[in-house]
Write a protein that binds this ligand. Structure first.
Ligand code: 5GP
Length: 146
């Protein structure tokens, strides 16, 4: 999908927000939701989305929604640091299929990094699926630091 187009009400993050498909949730407030990525690039790979904005990418995002999402990105990044003690934290966001975006509801990735581990973002949504029990245990560990 290019940078232009309509918001798909049935995109996977819209379905998570509606509770129609499960997600391992880390944090939510009135405006934002953070949850663990199902095909993580590293342990603790998390995603943050707006609950109300229907922006598909940052070019469409309302400033208010962006500020709300970034507040949650910071909060969750700090909790991931406390919980997992990474050496670095990669925060990423992709706009349009040609930039690597695969889900067209704006989201930020928070990817803990460790010394000696990979630096780049490998192909999205093509890695191994995480074990659900491991994700739930990890989420408890992160939530304890929020
Ligand atoms: P994008 O490529 O659009 O920047 O990132 C989409 C991300 O969403 C990918 O990292 C992919 O693994 C993740 N993802 C796709 N479907 C699901 C899902 O059903 N649940 C969760 N938790 N993550 C998903």
């Amino acid at each position: 999908m290019s940078l232009d187009g309509d918001y798909d009400q049935a995109n996977v993050f819209a379905l998570i927000l509606k509770g129609q498909i499960p997600a391992v949730r880390l944090y939510e407030d009135e405006h934002t939701l953070a949850f663990l990525d199902i095909q993580p690039q590293s342990k603790g790979h998390s995603l943050v989305i707006s609950k109300w904005s229907q922006a598909r990418n940052i070019l469409e995002m309302e400033d208010e929604a962006l500020a709300q999402v970034m507040g949650t990105v910071k909060k969750v990044a700090r909790a991931l640091r406390q919980a997992l003690n990474p050496d670095g934290i990669h925060i990423a966001q992709f706009n349009g299929a040609h930039a690597g975006q695969t889900v067209f509801h704006l989201h930020f990735h928070i990817v803990p990094r460790w010394a000696g581990g990979p630096l780049g973002f490998s192909a999205h949504a093509q890695g191994a699926f995480a074990d659900q029990a491991e994700l739930k245990a990890l989420a408890e560990q992160v939530r304890a630091n929020l």
